[in-house]
Ligand binder design. Structure first.
Ligand code: SAM
Length: 207
């Protein structure tokens, strides 16, 4: 698998990223559009979803990512491996989440993962963070009953900030966890674990 050179971060508030993506059409992107959906926000090179889609053919996986070259390369690999249950979308979650999910059938979205939703640590960059109050509500609204949101990051204050937004949503119940429930680690997760740094993990279930 070749590695491509890409910008480390892009500013989601830059004018050319303020486009609204059209609604995701599950019939167009998946061979079996009726399968439950796992949505990964900030999928980067997409290797977590690639392995998950190979392991679980009864789920459709969607990765949302703002760095286009990563999305194109990840979709190329998914096609090469004939993974008809995997799709990556070039989008800016900060402005497009509502539109992207608007045509999802009720109760299809069973899992949402937010792995290391960094990098905007500085206070003056807070407006660039993709999990806003509005996005937390949109995610909770579309999540299926019994569906789960999983969040992990090594940046403690960001973990608390985002978890706090989900805690305020009435029909979400927090489930205490320490380990990831997934059989696959993300690239950032592996890197952080290799450094021996702590990872803060949270899970919420829709009741
Ligand atoms: C620190 S990386 C983590 C990547 C991966 N989830 C992992 O755990 O290895 C965060 C990712 O979120 C993406 N991202 C940040 N803001 C975004 C936005 N507004 N819309 C879509 N993707 C975004 C970044 O481009 C980056 O790929």
């Amino acid at each position: 698998m070749s590695r491509i050179r890409v910008h480390q971060h892009v500013n989601p508030l830059a004018r050319h990223y303020l486009f609204i993506s059209p609604p995701l059409n599950l019939k167009e992107i998946f061979a079996n559009p009726d399968l439950p959906v796992h949505l990964d926000i900030g999928s980067a090179r997409g290797r977590f979803l690639l392995s998950m889609a190979e392991l679980d053919k009864e789920t459709n996986f969607i990765g949302l990512e703002i760095r286009r070259v990563l999305v194109d390369e990840a979709n190329r690999i998914a096609r090469e491996r004939n993974l008809t249950n995997l799709h990556y979308e070039f989008t800016n979650v900060l402005v497009s989440l509502k539109s992207l999910l608007q045509d999802f059938p009720e109760n299809i979205l069973k899992t949402i993962t937010i792995h290391f939703p960094d990098p905007w640590f500085k206070k003056r960059h807070a407006k660039r963070r993709m999990i806003t109050d509005e996005n937390a509500s949109i995610l909770a609204f579309h999540l299926a009953k019994g569906g789960r949101i999983f969040l992990q990051t090594d940046v403690e204050f960001l973990a608390e900030e985002i978890a706090g937004k989900f805690r305020e949503i009435k029909n979400l119940k927090e489930i205490s966890i320490t380990e990831s429930p997934f059989p696959v680690k993300t690239e950032r997760e592996k890197a952080v674990e290799a450094k021996g740094k702590p990872i803060y993990r949270f899970m919420f279930e829709k009741i």
